[in-house]
Unconditional design. Structure first.
Length: 718
């Protein structure tokens, strides 16, 4: 066994977080601590920590009193949900793991562990790594040794970590189309519980993240332990709150029976589970995720362009002259990326036909898309194009030529249960020939038109997905991620947005190959306030598409002021999804000013630390971004309903340097907000100068904003 300075222990430390592992002579490592950095620890300290944390001194009334291992199972005396569920010849397989090696990284941020069960012919490789920001990634990979006893079915391989028993409140997420990522908080239920999705994509009701706290979570204070699975398909989020064991928190891919069967020599790598601990509330969790995501080499480094997407402007009514005029108006107001949405390809006059035939419809675009591409690029804008590469319509040349390429049982097409959704089906991209076909068509258009950006949509669940006679979600998901990666490798600089009927696929797994997510199909700015707030719990604002829709939302029927829609869009990767040809001259002028404001502020908005304010009034929303050096900050103060009090609570602006002085002013380029008859003196004067400590501890009195109104506040050091 490879040794460390003291082979009994591994300590990982980074950015205020520590992980302490104990390595027994037999079995897998045990996590003695995950949470606050404990400082330098000598072997004697670690032994004392173990003595302080153990339940009893053997021999005693219990045969064993061990902590759960990194992969707990029944043979360890663990009575909760097993970390691994393996089957061979129809019988559960419970390995007897023998440590083979422990390899800590020289920087103390990661460790790789190998264990084996020679009799079962299994090898387990586990990696724990603390990334920048203190985010902890846990990876498990299982291999069936060549020449072993036979194939092994993997039914589950889940990452788990212990949390203190005081973490007795759970927050999870649900939602629906146009109302994604709605949090729900309550007491942590007793027992072993699993929250799962079975849609073939995470779904609008996806758990998104599971957080444990000792009380109702707050934005700025309190301990939080969270897990997020980087996997854009079916997932299991789990807790084990048992009376005689530490509480466990974890997640893993949901696998159906027979979906992953490993022959000798084959392996299965589980998706990464990301764990974040914070003693600074939810904003502390966000800081860990955002710091890590921004540290990745593939994270977007160029300014996030102001976008115009044509969907809510023209829908399927593609008239080339109108689209060209739309592009010209977009350039006039400062748009930097023009995206042609659904409706450009063969027979696509509605959502019942054409998917899978990624060929320009010359009946609508007689000269092809070349003239549009030339004009868009000539106006100094990037060109984006909508695809839904994973889907196929039965009324398409592709489906007629290759009906066997569908990811559905043949006797269920067309679906007698009516589960096709938008009259579309799924293309089995785990079939090499189907994948090659899609890659060829999409890649050819990217090259021909010099496409800069793909809006990659995914508009249906995978119902009874079957590949090669087995459940096919895992194979499909890996094929899709590989297809995205191959397109980007062929076309350096190409960016991809993950859209799945809005925000149904926006996890860290798809963001390994995508450059932003579409948070929701709702452009109702009132709904967007919360959708964006909870999406940015994990994702920094530059990765979250946030567009200005028409005055009346097509998804809710709500009508809100332009200033509110613009203020909401500002706090993400901004753009428009609106027929701006219908705008008045005054509206065009406002949109142009907004474009300039976005370009001015995005270096701060897209690199700064995201901050919120714990407010009492449920109608009030406060979100900001503060520069890394504390020199400036931008906040939106918004209402989603009428405020409770005629004199609202002061809004505190967190994150600035306490001893520096700041000029705070309203950026009214978005247009004026509306409120009752009382205007605070600082607002009447147009600005105020105060120390950062006062802004954070006392805050600013705001007016009694009407429902669906917003102020944009900009603080700069003086």
């Amino acid at each position: 066994m490879t040794t460390t300075p003291d082979p009994r222990w591994t300590v990982l430390r980074r950015d205020g977080v520590a992980v302490v592992l104990a390595h027994p002579a037999d079995g897998l490592p045990q996590v003695l601590h995950w949470g606050a950095d404990l400082g330098p620890l000598e072997p004697a300290d670690l032994a004392a920590l173990r003595a302080a944390a153990d339940r009893q001194t053997p021999p005693g009334t219990l045969d064993a009193a061990a902590h759960p291992s990194l992969l707990p199972q029944e043979t360890d005396g663990w009575p909760g949900r097993p970390g691994a569920q393996l089957v061979r010849d129809g019988v559960p397989l419970t390995p007897r793991w023998v440590p083979r090696s422990v390899a800590p990284a020289p920087d103390g941020h990661a460790v790789e562990i190998e264990a084996e069960d020679p009799a079962a012919g299994l090898v387990l490789r586990t990696r724990l790594r603390l990334e920048p920001g203190g985010l902890l990634g846990v990876d498990h990979a299982l291999e069936v040794a060549s020449g072993g006893p036979g194939p092994v079915e993997v039914q589950a391989l889940e990452a788990v970590l212990p949390v203190p028993t005081r973490a007795d409140v759970a927050t999870t997420f649900a939602g629906r189309w146009t109302r994604e990522k709605a949090p729900a908080t309550g007491p942590l239920p007793r027992g072993s519980l699993a929250r799962q999705t079975r849609r073939g994509r995470p779904g609008h009701d996806q758990p998104w993240l599971l957080a444990l706290t000792s009380a109702t979570p707050r934005d700025r204070d309190g301990e939080v332990w969270t897990v997020h699975l980087a996997w854009p398909a079916d997932v299991t989020y789990r807790t084990d709150r048992l009376p005689d064991q530490p509480t466990l928190l974890g997640a893993g891919e949901l696998l159906r029976a027979g979906e992953v069967v490993l022959e000798p020599g084959e392996s299965y790598a589980a998706p990464t589970a990301w764990f974040a601990w914070s003693d600074g509330g939810l904003d502390g969790v966000s800081a860990r995720f955002h710091t890590y995501l921004r540290s990745r080499p593939q994270h977007p480094r160029t300014p996030r362009p102001l976008v115009l997407n044509t969907w809510e402007a023209v829908y399927f009514d593609h008239d080339p002259a109108t689209v060209l005029r739309l592009a010209e108006r977009a350039a006039q107001i400062g748009v930097e990326r023009f995206v042609l949405d659904d409706g450009w390809f063969l027979a696509r006059r509605d959502d019942t036909r054409g998917l899978g035939d990624w060929v320009v419809d010359r009946a609508v675009w007689p000269d092809g898309l070349g003239p549009l591409a030339e004009r868009v690029h000539g106006l100094g804008m990037q060109l984006g194009l909508w695809f839904e590469p994973e889907m196929v319509s039965l009324d398409s040349d592709l489906a007629r030529a290759h009906p066997d390429w569908l990811l559905h049982p043949a006797d269920r097409v067309p679906d007698p249960a009516g589960l096709s959704y938008r009259t579309q089906y799924v293309l089995d991209l785990a079939r090499p020939e189907a994948r090659a076909h899609v890659l060829g068509q999409v890649s050819a258009l990217v090259a021909e038109l010099r496409i800069d950006f793909i809006k990659w949509d995914h508009n249906r669940d995978l119902v009874d997905a079957r590949h090669a006679g087995r459940p096919g979600v895992d194979a499909q998901t890996r094929a899709v991620l590989g297809l995205m990666a191959e397109l980007k490798a062929r076309h350096p600089g190409l960016e991809i947005e993950s859209c799945s009927s809005g925000g149904a696929r926006s996890d860290l797994g798809v963001l390994e190959v995508a450059d932003r997510v579409w948070a929701s199909d709702s452009n109702d700015a009132v709904e967007r306030q919360d959708i964006q707030r909870w999406t940015t719990l994990l994702l920094p604002p530059e990765l979250v598409g946030a567009h200005v829709g028409p005055p009346t939302s097509h998804s809710s029927g709500r009508t809100v002021d332009l200033s509110y829609r613009l203020a909401t869009s500002l706090m993400g990767s901004a753009g428009f999804e609106w027929d701006v040809l219908s705008c008045s001259d005054e509206e065009v002028a406002v949109l142009t000013r907004f474009g300039a404001l976005y370009r001015e502020l995005r270096p701060l908005l897209h690199t700064g630390t995201v901050v919120h304010a714990d407010v009492r009034d449920p109608a009030l929303r406060v979100v900001g971004a503060v520069a890394a050096d504390g020199s400036a900050g931008v906040w939106t103060v918004a209402t989603v309903a009428s405020l409770e009090d005629a004199r609202p609570e002061p809004v505190r602006l967190h994150g600035l340097r306490p001893d520096a002085r700041y000029r705070v002013r309203v950026r009214d380029e978005v247009g004026p907000a509306r409120w009752g008859w009382v205007t605070p003196p600082w607002l009447a004067a147009g600005e105020v100068t105060l120390p950062g400590r006062v802004l954070a501890e006392v805050g600013l009195q705001i007016p009694a904003l009407w429902a669906a109104q917003a102020l944009v506040l900009h603080a700069t050091e003086v």
